[in-house]
Design a protein around this ligand. Sequence first.
Ligand code: COA
Length: 223
Amino acid sequence: MTCNPFHNQRPDFKKLYIFGAGGSGREVAWLAEQSWGSEVEIEFLVDIPDHPRQDVNGHVIKLISEVTPDGSARIVIAIGDPSARRRIAALCAATGLQEAVVVHPRAEISDSVELDVGTVICAGVILTTNIRVGRHVHINVGCTVSHDGIIGDFATLSPGVHVSGHVHIGQGAFIGTGANLINGSADAPLVIGSDAVIAAGACVTKSVEQGALVAGVPAIRKR
Ligand SMILES: CC(C)(COP(=O)(O)OP(=O)(O)OC[C@H]1O[C@@H](n2cnc3c(N)ncnc32)[C@H](O)[C@@H]1OP(=O)(O)O)[C@@H](O)C(=O)NCCC(=O)NCCS
């Protein structure tokens, strides 16, 4: 049984543009198909004029400059790198495209979780209680986020990341595959600074400074 307030919500749009036609784009397309079936038409967008633009898994690819925004379409950005996603979000906003929230039907999310626009929540994710997820956050397959978490705008959680309670992840932080972040407390949350990078497989036991790269078990600063 699915525990997910987004499950069975009918979309108030007819078309979903997915910016990025690579592996991440195909995964988000699958996610959207699982969520909305044929109710929503999917098209990929790119911003590279000489992109070959063959259909991908049955969906056409267009240049973003060819799109005329209207109320019946939404966009989601399928790019893992936080800074690239931030740049494309600004481009989409300038084009007048409104963002969707895309949540896989087999994510488990409590009613006390807030998801902001542009967010992608993949299959197998569990978000427990009192968690705030910012704009254009990506939470990849099989991640868990425990109570009282904050995930800042444009942060990326790669596959299989586990975030314990009272952890605050800053804007634009990148958390590599399989990383574990141990818990903070109500008085002293564990803080991942904005634009920090956590290497794949790291175990983060203390707060990480803004822009730092940490790796290993326990994680230590590499630069
Ligand atoms: C952390 C990461 C981004 C660093 O990449 P980079 O900027 O090219 O940095 P380098 O490879 O030069 O590594 C910097 C240091 O960190 C170490 N390091 C990098 N990744 C590491 C890891 N996963 N575990 C342990 N140490 C790691 C390197 O050995 C190096 O250490 P040194 O300075 O002591 O020699 C990358 O290794 C990584 O883990 N990426 C995550 C990929 C991922 O999860 N993708 C998800 C796709 S869906």
